[in-house]
Design a protein around this ligand. Structure first.
Ligand code: FAD
Length: 378
């Protein structure tokens, strides 16, 4: 067992940290205030190669491992939850194409996705089905050499900015999870309608909203994997997405702790810096310990993916623990700031709002406890 990052992992950590401190973090308050998608930052991420860190070199990626993918999301989230989640959702589109796509699909779609020239999205959730993903109602009906998609997706990250969307739909509505298939759908296809944007509590710069498919005809060759394999593809994609969300939790919590430490050393009460009070020290001690534990869970799940081991439960644990400590850490960071923590002038209230989504998206905490419990009690 070796807890030391490799030279490549250290290099990527430093590179993404430098990038985030210069190009991302200074703008996060404004991104949050305006609620606008951070196109300028996304362009710079693309130029810096951040979209392709963990993709093979033959498609233009850096060929780095899943731990590097986690480090990238963690470091970006330390600067901006909105930016990090954009990359996380993008990878929910690119990774399944890499894993389940035909050679033609990979050649056609991956180079632009890996370069960040095109953005991706992953559309599973519907107004009637979130946690109960097998309950989706969007249908895909084969008609000659085309599938016709009909239905509505909601809460889709990158919904209006994505050029390529993986869409889950029922090819056999009576077959439950085994009747679901996943399709690669290109923006601009007739019948692909970009709906309304959500006005969110946090990660306000990320692009979240509704997609409608109204007799949207897509070529038969855009089926990803096989008919009926869609539920499995979605679950495999979510395994990686989940440790990615865990990595975001670590990054947001790390940022909150750093703000709390700085403030606790500066703020004077009863004649001394509040960092001298044991009650404040204990809150910071818990933050440091829990962030480290969360980081280890995240890296462990990523490490297992790199080793070709199953990591469903590890990813669920990483996401659950890291998202809950992100909430706890941001809440206590506000506490350490006292009244100022409640003000939009300081970043900690934004961090709490950004952290909350981590307990909901890509599997709620309740669903993840079911995944972990089911495995432990088997
Ligand atoms: C900002 C944001 C971005 C998102 N991005 C995407 C995206 O890119 N793509 C996508 O497909 N989806 C996306 N989602 C959707 C997200 O994955 C769902 O919101 C989530 O899975 C929960 O589904 P739901 O909202 O329908 O809640 P529900 O499933 O209705 O759950 C409501 C409550 O009931 C609980 N619950 C449900 N079933 C059970 C059960 N069996 N046992 C115990 N408790 C249960 C849940 O834990 C939750 O507390 C996003 C959501 C948000 C808010």
């Amino acid at each position: 067992m070796n807890f030391k990052l490799t030279t490549e992992q250290e290099m990527i950590k430093k590179m993404v940290r430098d990038f985030t401190e210069k190009e991302v973090a200074p703008y996060d308050a404004e991104i949050d205030r305006k609620g606008e998608f951070p196109w300028e930052i996304i362009k710079k991420m693309s130029e810096t190669g951040l979209f392709g860190i963990s993709f093979p070199e033959e498609y233009g990626g850096a060929g780095a491992d899943a731990v590097c993918e986690a480090i990238t999301l963690e470091e970006l989230a330390r600067g901006s939850g909105s930016v990090s989640i954009t990359l996380n959702a993008h990878m929910l589109c690119a990774h399944p194409i890499l894993q389940f796509g035909t050679e033609e699909q990979k050649k056609k779609y991956l180079p632009d996705l890996v370069a960040g020239k095109k953005l991706g999205a992953f559309a599973l959730t519907e107004p009637v089905a979130g946690s109960d993903a097998a309950g989706i109602q969007t249908t895909a009906t084969l008609d000659g050499d085309e599938y016709i998609l009909n239905g509505q997706k909601t809460w889709i990250t990158n919904f209006s900015v994505a050029d390529i969307v993986l869409v889950a739909a029922k090819t056999d509505p009576k077959a439950g999870p085994k009747g679901i298939s996943v399709f690669i759908v290109e923006k601009g296809t007739p019948g692909f309608i970009v709906g309304d944007k959500e006005d969110k509590m946090g990660i306000r710069g990320s692009d979240t909203g509704e997609l409608i498919f109204d007799n949207c005809r897509i070529p038969r060759e855009n089926l990803l994997g096989k008919e009926g394999q869609g539920f499995k593809i979605a679950m495999v994609a979510l395994d990686s997405g989940r440790f990615g969300i865990g990595a975001m939790g670590v990054g947001i919590a790390q940022h909150a702790m750093e703000e709390a430490i700085k403030y606790a050393k500066e703020r004077v009460a009863f004649g001394k810096p509040i960092a001298k009070f044991q009650a404040v020290q204990f809150m910071i001690a818990d933050m440091a310990m829990e962030i480290q534990a969360a980081r280890n869970l995240v890296y462990q799940a990523a490490f297992k993916r790199d080793n070709g081991e199953r990591f469903t439960v590890d990813a669920a644990m990483a996401k659950l623990f890291a998202s809950e400590i992100a909430m706890k850490t941001t809440k206590n960071a506000i506490q350490i700031f006292g009244g100022y923590g409640y003000s939009r002038e300081y970043p900690v209230e934004r961090l709490l709002r950004d952290a909350k989504i981590l307990e909901i998206g890509e599997g709620t905490s309740e669903i993840l406890r079911m995944v972990i419990g089911g495995s432990v009690l088997r």
